[in-house]
Design a binder for this molecule. Structure first.
Ligand code: HEM
Length: 493
């Protein structure tokens, strides 16, 4: 601390611990909404010191410097801590290894290829719509919603939908969660089949690892100590093993039945076979690691985005009317919106983008490491091997870029070109550069089909006019349950 070899003293500390110990991160985790707190602290300081070796940059110029295609930054070492026996596309740090992994799936993730798998999304949306039909009540007569009418658990069911979709896209696995109404997966264990809860097991590990992951060398010790803290913490650490079990069980089943004569009809097919149809012969551990990240990153984030999108629309009746107008013109009585009819609707896209701006599912800054020789960020020299990040939530609510930044206003995306370009440069829900989200095309197809279908066919009401969606933040920024009253909409003639 006293030597300050990396010249980081000059930056304002996020809390009293930040200059001395990486436990500063654990301390910040006491906030349920860390990103909102960070935003307030960034208001008077564009650069904040989050830990002894850790800086946060709330400036659009830093995005290119840190994440751009030509940035010398690498993923931070903390990503290694999330890897099992094999790294996956998200947590692998080595550039060449990442490029090899990404090449195997890049064609599979193109919109053109994904459109061939639209039927997988439509089928799950049909199941979702069937469930919504069962939840329908009579139209709202006055503004009071009866508690017994709040039949649709939107947060849960949107998550069941996204899990069902990604399991089918990833490995043609039909989990049928929407039909069974629960996130249970039956794991084959010899003669007995064991039910495991997909969502609970996916959410367990982040609850306990997110507060300590940025403590670097202290991580393993803190993990060990936290194990003794309470039975709840222990059980959350155990959940992460259960998620691995779910994935390896589903993966084994589908890898074993995969035959090299099959076509590339899911991501597993692309991992098993190259373009020419030859076997890639990846180790089973690598296959499982890739399927693991697809089921994880491909389900939770889109469910969060859908919940936020519907919430903001219900809170903004005028926006909802404008969106309906656009969708009514595009559809003509379909129960499920065909992608071809909704993929180019500008206002629908703006509504989705605006939800991602206000509540990015991954709100925190994504950690990168400066090269050993150091580099320039925001025109300042930053020493080597420093963890650096731009916090997505903070940059998305910068009033100099986004006017009235807390307002849900999809119309902002249709302003003057120069202004919109400036906003686009600061809009990073999927990150940017070589490590940006590979799954963004899937989430847009999913969200466009589902939102258009719901807005066209149904009316929804929140529990009350002043009802607010609660959130808690770990790696992802999770919304709480959102119970809705739903009824059928009179379709335009
Ligand atoms: C609204 C939905 C989504 C959001 C906001 C989102 C956001 C992100 C972000 C911010 C990253 C960079 C993470 C980092 O640098 O640590 C990322 C990476 C990734 N996402 Fe997504 N994502 C979404 C949907 C999906 C879907 C549907 C999939 C499909 C499987 C997916 C798969 C991945 C993968 C594999 C990576 C790692 C890419 C790489 O490093 O090359 N994501 N995502």
């Amino acid at each position: 601390f006293l030597l300050d070899k990396k010249d980081l003293h000059k930056y304002h500390q996020v809390n009293f611990l930040a200059g001395f110990t990486s436990l500063a991160h654990v301390w910040e985790h006491r906030h349920r909404a860390r990103s909102e707190v960070l935003r307030q602290k960034h208001q008077s300081h564009a650069i904040l010191r989050l830990g002894p070796n850790d800086l946060s940059f709330a400036d659009v110029a830093a995005i290119k410097d840190i994440y751009g295609h030509y940035s010398p930054c690498r993923k931070d070492d903390m990503y290694n801590l999330t890897a099992g026996s094999h790294g996956n596309m998200l947590n692998v740090v080595d550039r060449d290894e990442h490029a090899r992994k990404r090449r195997m799936l890049s064609h599979a993730f193109s919109t053109k290829n994904l459109e061939n798998w639209e039927f997988k999304i439509r089928e799950k949306t049909e199941h979702f719509v069937k469930h919504i039909d069962q939840c329908c009540t009579s139209p709202l007569s006055d503004s009071t919603v009866k508690p017994e009418d709040l039949k649709l658990k939107f947060r849960l069911y949107s998550n069941l939908l996204t899990i069902d979709v990604i399991a089918d896209i990833a490995m043609s696995e039909k989990l049928g969660m929407i039909e069974q109404g629960s996130p249970t997966v039956n794991i084959d264990g010899g003669e007995t089949s064991r039910p495991l809860n997909f969502i609970r097991s996916l959410h367990g590990a982040p609850r306990v690892s997110s507060p300590i992951i940025r403590t670097g060398s202290l991580f393993q010790t803190l993990k060990f100590l936290s194990w003794w803290l309470s039975s709840e913490v222990r059980s959350n650490w155990g959940e992460s093993e259960k998620f691995t079990k779910i994935v390896s069980n589903l993966a084994s089943k589908n890898i074993d039945k995969f035959s090299s004569t099959e076509k590339q009809s899911d991501f597993l097919g692309y991992l098993m076979l190259d373009k020419a149809g030859g076997l890639r012969s990846l180790e089973r551990g690598e296959l499982e690691a890739e399927l693991h990240i697809l089921l994880d990153a491909g389900s939770d984030t889109t469910a969060i985005a859908l919940t936020n999108a519907v919430y903001y629309l219900l809170k903004s009746p005028k926006v909802l009317v404008a969106l309906r107008r656009e969708i009514d013109e595009a559809l003509s009585g379909e129960t499920i919106a065909p992608f071809s009819k909704v993929k180019n609707l500008p206002f629908l896209r703006a509504c989705i983008d605006e939800g991602l701006r206000l509540s990015p599912p991954i709100a925190r800054g994504l950690e990168r490491k400066t090269p050993p020789e150091g580099m320039r960020i925001m025109d300042q020299h930053i020493a080597g091997n420093v963890t650096v990040a731009v916090p997505t939530y903070v940059i998305h609510r910068n009033p100099n870029i986004f006017e009235d930044p807390d307002a849900y206003n999809p119309h902002r995306w249709f302003g003057e070109k120069e202004k919109v370009d400036q906003m686009r440069a600061a809009f990073i829900p999927f990150s940017t550069g070589g490590r940006a989200c590979i799954g963004r095309n899937i989430t847009f197809i999913e969200q466009q089909i589902v939102l258009a279908t719901l807005v066209y066919g149904y009316e929804f009401a929140l529990p009350s006019k002043n009802w607010e969606l609660q959130r808690e933040e770990y790696f992802n920024y999770w919304p709480s349950e959102m119970p809705l009253k739903v009824w059928k909409r009179q379709l335009p003639t």
